[in-house]
Design a binder for this molecule. Structure first.
Ligand code: SAM
Ligand code: SF4
Length: 329
């Protein structure tokens, strides 16, 4: 099996699969209040199609990590069964889920039993009013219940993804860290990226990685762990460890040179970058009877066209037409 290598020698081993573009929250940095026009149901890959593409990716292209995301992947009806089928693939990929946590408490035991290895839960605030302001829904308690249940189900590690926004939740960095330390959760702060459907991203509202490290350092000693490989998070040991916190500086310190990711949208398009402006269609050939070799070749071609970097700081930068919820974060 030949590795999935692009024109810059980057080897791709991590496939992110969006299972739906639908969501039950409306995070301001992701979606407009009214939501979006969801993808027509018949354009969304079926469970069989999703499992087939991932099978091709692990057998023919060297994909080792698969992350299920969205939209909100817990809204996908067949999720537990998809996880069970992915865990039965040979070679077996490591299986991760990124979720907003709503409904996780009910299903995480089944997901763990089906073979899910890791979970990231998004949590931007510990305060109900701020949660409502940020996500336009009053559902913080369900997210916290989901986090508790994930730990109780033995999924490890459980990570927490946090996006800080100036004047909204940026005063909560230490409180979120305290919560995660007390609950054995690994916290990762993510710089806000220009991927919202309403194109409202404003660099001045983005809280930078440097600012985040400074805020945390006010109360803790942060020691860089180093050796991060293709992990987008720069990890810091907190007060000599063992706990760590991650900071993902997607905008101010892009990690494109070490990127090992490829994405599949819920409607069957391969994207070689979150910020790609082109996609490669897998759905049409999948439904026209294409064989595995053809699908693998199309994914290889898509990776062959990958650019060196996302270019957010380039004056000619164009935000992708699809928002984060449709690409899969
Ligand atoms: N709905 C799930 C969730 O919220 O975890 C999965 C999909 S969501 C698009 C994946 C991750 O992307 C979340 O952690 C979310 O906070 C993050 N995200 C969404 N929009 C973002 C943006 N504009 N900048 C940075 N991160 C963003
Ligand atoms: Fe939904 Fe996740 Fe986007 Fe929030 S970040 S609106 S939870 S897809």
């Amino acid at each position: 099996m030949a590795a999935l290598v692009d024109g810059f020698g980057r080897v791709h081993t991590d496939l992110r699969v969006s299972l739906t573009d639908k969501c039950n929250l409306r995070c301001t940095y992701c979606m407009p209040p009214e939501g979006l026009d969801w993808m027509p149901a018949d354009t969304v890959l079926t469970d069989d199609e999703v499992v087939r593409v991932i099978g091709i990716a692990v057998r023919e292209l060297g994909i080792r990590d698969v992350r299920l995301t969205g939209g909100e992947p817990l809204l996908r009806r067949g999720l537990v069964d998809i996880v069970r089928r992915l865990a039965a693939l040979d070679p077996r990929p490591r299986l991760a889920l990124t979720t907003n946590g709503i409904g996780l408490a009910r299903v995480v035991g089944d997901l763990a039993a089906a073979g899910l290895d890791r979970i990231n839960v998004s949590l931007d605030t510990m305060h109900r009013e701020t949660f409502v302001a940020l996500s336009r829904r009053d559902r913080l308690d369900e997210v916290l219940a989901g986090l508790d249940a994930a730990r109780a189900a033995g999924v490890a590690p459980v990570k927490v993804n946090t996006v800080l926004m100036r004047g909204i939740n940026d005063g909560e960095a230490l409180e979120l860290l305290d919560y995660c330390l007390a609950h054995e959760l690994q916290l990762r702060f993510i710089e806000q990226m220009p991927l919202d459907a309403q194109h409202g991203w404003d660099r001045d509202l983005m809280v930078t990685a440097e600012e985040i490290v400074a805020m945390l350092s006010a109360r803790h000693t942060l020691t860089p762990v180093g050796g991060r490989g293709s992990d987008p998070a720069e990890l810091f040991r907190i007060d000599d460890g063992p706990a760590v916190v991650g900071v993902i500086a997607s905008v101010t310190k892009p990690f494109c040179a070490a990127c090992d990711r490829v994405r599949l949208t819920a409607d069957g398009q391969v994207r070689n970058c979150l910020f790609a402006t082109e996609e490669s269609d897998l759905r049409t050939p999948l439904r026209a009877g294409a064989d595995d070799a053809f699908i693998a070749a199309r994914i290889r071609e898509a990776i062959g066209r990958k650019r060196a970097g996302h270019g957010i700081d380039d004056p000619a930068f164009l935000q992708p037409i699809r928002p984060m919820s449709a690409i899969g974060g």
